[in-house]
Ligand binder design. Structure first.
Ligand SMILES: Cc1ncc(COP(=O)(O)O)c(C=O)c1O
Length: 392
């Protein structure tokens, strides 16, 4: 017996592989600082946990509607309408287990073999994986470090063809922490307005930013009817393990996503959705506190990385990742990442875990305490002696 041929095209998320390697080292007695994991290190806020527990006690343990509870979809529609400044009705909201299923379902529902998908590179590895799995064609868009890891818009325009079916945007971005400036979004909207193209706008980090609030492409004329917003509770409310996310999209796509949901998951866990309702209606100060803490850590890790010979790191505007350029070490990203893991006991990810254009960069998640970040920085400084002689 063998697997279906399509399984040879599916990728994975190597963050989980590095985590496994780090855990194996810990089993051998090594002490590892974890800067590889893309999840907030804060607990889910207490009032949300309480709402989840209460929901279990009250019996929210059975199947619910495939698209999510109507009262929850209404809250999400109101939240997106308010935060993005756009009209949204509950029928456009699909509640799913995490943000990830929206990527999978949207691509599955819309892409034919050979359709072109423009997506950022480096970026969340699952975009590329699902594009390949479906047999669509990858069109990677390089991110430009000097532009805060946004696109070069002339290059973007040159990649658009009659076969372009989907454009993936991610702002604030994983792994770079980049936020797409409003002017760039306006120009992207101008380029896409008259095209038969769907935009997958991954806004999962929409609440984690350090300057001006990130804008959604949906705010620009003509974009609402061709955009799928992906958002969820994993990052904003430190709820990665609850598996709660959603998409907001034109009705005809929502109908297709709901069909894929009923064929795969039936529905998202009922008590989890009740907890999500508490997240949206409750106090938001825990989000503000988390972002304030992330800002301090961002400043510390970026300053520290800039002191390492051969490293240079721009200040990220959002998410909780630092993405230093390590080309000055004269080593490959993978070699630096391995050296940091095995010799310094610092787990981080090679930029190539996010696509081939991530070569020359590393991703550090600063979802860890300031003390651990400082510890990691001094460990990195120690091993940097190995490459300091070649570092520019
Ligand atoms: C850019 C991006 N989109 C989506 C997701 C998926 O989020 P979830 O855990 O809610 O499925 C992640 C998670 O790391 C992410 O970084």
């Amino acid at each position: 017996m063998q697997l279906a041929a399509r399984m040879s095209r599916i990728g994975t998320e190597s963050a989980f592989e590095v985590l496994a390697k780090a855990r194996a080292l810990e089993k051998q007695g090594k002490q590892i600082v974890h800067l590889e994991i893309g999840q907030p290190d804060f607990p889910t806020p207490a009032h949300i946990v309480e709402a989840g527990k209460r929901a279990l006690d009250e019996g929210w343990t059975g199947y619910g509607p495939t698209a999510g509870f109507p009262e929850f979809r209404e809250l999400i529609a109101g939240y997106i309408a308010k935060t993005r400044g756009i009209p949204v009705v509950p029928d456009q909201v699909c509640v799913v287990p995490g943000g990830k299923p929206i990527m999978f379902y949207a691509m599955l529902a819309l892409l034919e073999e050979g359709d072109e998908v423009i997506y950022p590179n480096p970026s969340f590895p699952i975009y590329e994986s699902v594009i390949d799995f479906i047999g669509a064609r990858r069109v990677p868009m390089p991110l430009v470090e000097s532009r805060g890891f946004s696109f070069d818009l002339d290059v973007f325009a040159s990649k658009l063809t009659s076969r372009t079916k989907m454009v993936v945007l991610n702002s604030p971005a994983n792994p770079t922490g980049g936020v797409i400036p409003r002017d760039d979004l306006a120009q992207i909207a101008d380029l896409l307005r008259d095209r038969d193209v769907i935009i997958l706008s991954d806004e999962i980090y929409s609440r984690i930013y350090y300057g001006d609030a990130p804008q959604s492409i949906t705010q620009f004329d003509g974009m609402l009817e061709k955009t799928i917003i992906l958002d969820g509770f994993s990052k904003t409310y430190a709820m990665t393990g609850w598996r709660l996310g959603y998409g907001v999209m034109p009705q005809w796509i929502a109908d297709a996503v709901n069909l894929l949901m009923v064929n795969s998951n039936s529905c998202t866990a009922s008590f989890t959705q009740r907890a999500g309702m508490a997240a949206l209606t409750g106090a938001q100060d825990t989000v503000d506190m988390m972002v304030a803490e992330f800002r301090q850590r961002r400043d510390a890790i970026v300053a520290g990385l800039n002191r390492i010979p051969g490293f240079s790191c721009t200040l990220p505007s959002g998410a909780f990742y630092a993405f230093p350029n390590v080309k000055g070490t004269g080593l490959s990203s993978k070699d630096v990442a391995d050296m940091l893991l095995y010799d310094a006991g610092v787990a981080c990810l090679s930029g190539t875990a996010f696509g081939e254009l991530g070569e020359g960069y590393l991703r550090f998640s600063y979802a860890n305490s300031l003390a651990n970040i400082e510890d990691a920085l001094s460990r990195i400084m120690k091993v940097s002696e190995r490459w300091a002689t070649v570092a520019r």
